[in-house]
Design a protein around this ligand. Sequence first.
Ligand SMILES: [Zn+2]
Length: 370
Amino acid sequence: MFNTEDSPPCPACGSLDQIAVYEKEAAYFSNLDISSKFAANACRQCGFVFQSSAYSGSYDNMLLQCYSNYNKYQLFPFPNRSAQNAKTLEILLERIPNDHCFNILEIGSNRGDMLFMIKERRPAVNVLGIEPAGVDCRVPTIRAAFANGLLSNKFDLIILQHVFEHIKNPRKLIADIRHILSDTGVIYIEVPNLDNTLGYCLDDFILEHVNYFTVETLSCVLDDFSPVELYSEDFIRAVYARAAASQRKSSFAPSIVERFHRYRTNRQEAIEKICRDSAEGKTLVFYGVSYYYKMLMRELAPVLNLQKCMFYDDNYLQAYEQEYGLRRLTEFNGSCVVIICSNNFIVQDEIYNKICGCGLNGIVRPWRAS
Ligand SMILES: [Zn+2]
């Protein structure tokens, strides 16, 4: 196994008793061309898995570059009414009265897509976003990174949608949030689920993700809150309310080492197979050319025969894809190996079911064993 001697204390429980579970020589940020070494550890006390490499030297500077051009949503019309956002919105609306005294804060609000959709349905409430990235904000937004003391008023709902997996020292953020949460206020947290990442072999080990939560380890980090709603489908979606400090603990399962080993092997084999397909002259078709496609191509473009690669996208209708110059496929045929470019297994399955009757040579749901 790898060396864990220089590792930081476990961000969930503080223990130094850890085991290295995953390493990658060159990992990427989803929107930057720079790569860096990646290492993840599991804590042997509480079972929490985190990116130990994020707590070393150059990481914070790289991250600043990453967030200064964070444009994940720019590809979508505003507001992004994806099926995933619709699920989140319905959970949130259950908790939001149409009341002019109700205050909502979203940390990492990006353009303000979610807050905008909340205002459409609950026009009386007050919404505020916090966003450090240089994006075009469409709701009232403080352009800063969240820090203790930035806000003095109290909020009835604080939203962290795909933010908490990015936060080093997650316990500190929760302690800071506690100060600005009203007595009856709740926190909404949505994060990728490590059990899905490993089970479906998803590409969640990117440099900007520093925490890899399961339902158990998330509740361990929030041990002075109790979950009042908890859904675990494509993502973990949870609503937490204040509680008296509890003794809630999660524990280390030794099987995590084997699960990471299987993940690594599986991913490697799937990538080698598409490299062979490419070398044999099959047509690789990238289904979907938004941000996951771009992330994938940073790793794959150097090792594929790009002349034989094409793309297909229901929304992007140009003849050529901009960044790698792939040509648009007009009709699926028997020489096509389709790579479904989504990192969400539910979306992958929807596309899979749509095209599995097209007589294709193969369909890849990265990086599930087929
Ligand atoms: Zn721990």
